[in-house]
Design a protein around this ligand. Sequence first.
Ligand code: DP6
Length: 338
Amino acid sequence: MSKTTVAAPANIAFVKYWGARDLEKALPMNPSISMTLDHCVTRCTVEILDGGHDEVWLSEPDGGFGSPEPEFTRRIVEQLDRVREWAGRDEPFRVATRNTFPSAAGLASSASGFAALTMAAAGALGRQDASAKDLSQLARRSGSGSASRSVMGGYVEWPDPGAAGGIDDEPSYALQLADAGHWDLRDIIAVVEIGPKIVSSREGHRLAHTSPYYTRRLELLPERLQKVRRAIEERDLDLLGPVLEEESTDLHIIAMSSQPPIFYWSPGTVAVLRAVRELRQEGLSAYATLDAGANVHVICDPDSEDEVAERLEDLPAVGFVIRDGVGEGPEYETTHLF
Ligand code: DP6
């Protein structure tokens, strides 16, 4: 049978999705804006089977493939069901997936993973021409809401469905604000911790409203969203940077003050945040943001990339540095994983 492979990138949120109106449907409490990355990619190959059940394979560190945890397989099969239902088909699939970066380390592996899976399954069912809107909506329904932003490249906004007057499933999908060519930003990722995060984003979304600071954050968001949209439009890193740092700090303040509290930071996180401040004092435009994990994404322009990366690599707390930047979005590929 023929195979379909998609490489879909992770994304880093400038304005964070944190807290859900409906966790099952991944309907957010607030709009979010992200930059789609280039090198941190999940590759997923899907093949339609003649009969039997879905088969799910996950790449292992030695390069081979193994059976994932039952919970992971369950989420994949549920997503395949959504794609089949959308396409009006019922064939089983063989699926294999591999990340180019450490999984579950706050590097948005589920966003890239579910974007790749959704697009590869849609493509295998002959729907490579599906609209970005349909794919974004389908990817979001995986439960990894940020996957809705990874089906397109460049700078992406996932608006709040509530703002449109309803919280129905239908209107919630991401839109591209600008393509990758509009603004060449880099994301230098300082990896201070590898391994699955202790508390899932899902749990963070569920608990967010228990923080006394959560309502305040929602009040502050409209102005931040405006600034981030304007910063992207005008390619203004010094307008974007302070807002993306505020957003990251807020997410973690809310996580730390949720009940029960969630602490994602490690000592290495603090060391990197200090180093980024020092770089700024030396005159460089570099700004730090974290998703739900300990690793730090440092956003800077191409001229600063080498200096930022070298400085972070020199920190004893940093295991390694990934140099990434804005990317064009997912692609169908002709080489397959099996
Ligand atoms: C902190 O529910 O999309 O990254 O399924 O783990 O990828 P995963 O998380 P999801 O929440 C993302 C939370 C965030 C902020 C963001 O990307 O907007």
